[in-house]
Design a protein around this ligand. Structure first.
Ligand SMILES: [Zn+2]
Length: 298
C-alpha cells in the first residue's frame, strides 16, 4: 500500500526519468481534464504526502493519487512491464524512459493557474517527508481537529492534518507513542499531539530511501505491530490484535497491553453493560465488548 515515503521515492524516480524531457507519447484512458499538448516537456515532479503531481511546460498538471492499489513504474522502452497492460492508467514516454501508473484510482489534470482552486490542493497539511514541514503546525491541526468525536487513529490518516501518514505508519506511530487507537482526538493532550507528529515525521523520514519499511529495528521484520496480529508485543508481551476500523474498513494492528494512553472508558450507567458500551461504530463495539469480556474473565 503506498504511503508518503513510497510516493516520495516514486517521485524521485520519475523526476530522474522525466524532468526536462520531451514527451513523445501521453496516454491516459480514463483521464479527467485536458491532456498535455503533443511534444510538451516535463517541468517538475512533486509529491505532497500521497499525492503526486507531474507538471508539464504547457501548464498542465497531472495529479495522481494511488489510494490502496496504485503504483508508478519506470521502464526502458521495450522493457517488459511487471504488471499487465490493461492496468495501465497513465503512460508517459520519452526517448529514454516509459513511466506507467498502474491501477491508480485518481488520474486527473488541471491547468497550473487553477491549482489553488483545486479541491485537494488547499486543505492538505504540511508534508512530513519535507524537512521544512512545520511540525508544530501539524500538532496544532491535530489538537484542534474539526471533528472532536473522531478517534485519534482516524485523525492521523486525515491528510489535512499532515500529509504522508498511511495505514502502516498510523499503526506503528500509535504503538510507538503508546496511544489507544480509539482515544477520542478531543481527549488527546497537546503534548501527545506533538509527540505523535514528531514520531510520524521521524518514522517517515527514516524510510524515505529504503524500500523495506523499518519503524522498530529491534523487532524481526522491522515493524512493531503492523502485520503481527496474534504475535507477542515486544514491549509488554501481550498479544497484538487486528481490528477493522473506519469507513474503508482499514486494518488496524495494535497492542491492547501497552497502548493504553488516553484510553476511552465506557460511561457508567445501569443499562445492559454490553448495550451501553456500544460504540456506534461496529469495530468500536467489537473492541468494547472484548474489553468487557476480558474484564469479566479476570
Ligand atoms: Zn504491548
Amino acid at each position: 500500500m503506498p504511503e508518503g515515503d513510497t510516493i516520495y521515492r516514486a517521485a524521485a524516480a520519475l523526476r530522474t526519468a522525466l524532468v526536462g524531457k520531451t514527451v513523445s507519447r501521453f496516454e491516459a484512458t480514463r483521464l479527467t481534464g485536458p491532456a498535455p499538448r503533443p511534444g510538451a516537456a516535463v517541468e517538475r515532479v512533486d509529491s505532497h504526502g500521497k499525492h503526486l503531481e507531474i507538471v508539464f511546460d504547457d501548464g498542465i498538471v497531472l495529479h495522481t493519487h494511488m489510494r490502496m492499489t496504485g503504483s508508478w513504474h519506470v521502464y526502458r522502452p521495450g522493457q517488459k512491464w511487471r504488471k499487465r497492460r490493461h492496468l495501465a492508467r497513465v503512460i508517459i514516454e520519452t526517448d529514454e524512459w516509459v513511466a506507467v501508473a498502474f491501477s491508480a484510482p485518481i488520474v486527473e489534470t488541471y491547468r497550473e493557474f487553477d491549482r489553488t482552486r483545486h479541491p485537494r490542493a488547499g486543505g492538505l497539511g504540511p508534508d512530513l517527508c519535507q524537512p521544512e514541514a512545520d511540525l508544530h503546525e501539524c500538532a496544532a491541526r491535530l489538537f484542534h481537529y474539526d471533528n472532536p468525536d473522531a478517534t485519534i487513529a482516524e485523525a492521523l490518516l486525515d491528510q489535512r492534518v499532515m500529509s504522508g501518514v498511511g495505514n502502516v505508519f498510523r499503526c506503528e506511530v500509535l504503538w510507538a507513542c503508546g496511544i489507544h487507537p480509539w482515544a477520542k482526538v478531543s481527549m488527546v493532550p497537546q503534548s501527545t499531539c506533538l509527540d505523535l507528529v514528531l514520531t510520524s515525521a521521524h518514522q517517515l523520514r527514516a524510510n524515505l530511501h529504503s524500500p523495506v519499511r523499518v519503524t522498530a529495528p529491534d523487532v524481526p521484520g522491522g515493524l512493531a505491530v503492523y502485520g503481527r496480529n496474534g504475535q507477542k508485543c515486544v514491549r509488554c508481551g501481550d498479544v497484538i490484535r487486528l481490528t477493522k476500523m473506519g469507513e474503508m474498513a482499514r486494518l488496524l494492528y495494535w497492542c491492547p497491553g501497552c497502548q493504553v494512553g488516553c484510553e476511552p472508558y465506557p460511561e457508567k450507567d445501569n443499562s445492559d453493560p454490553i448495550a451501553r458500551a456500544m460504540d456506534p461504530h461496529p469495530a468500536g463495539s467489537q473492541f468494547v465488548s472484548d474489553v468487557l469480556r476480558s474484564r469479566s474473565a479476570s
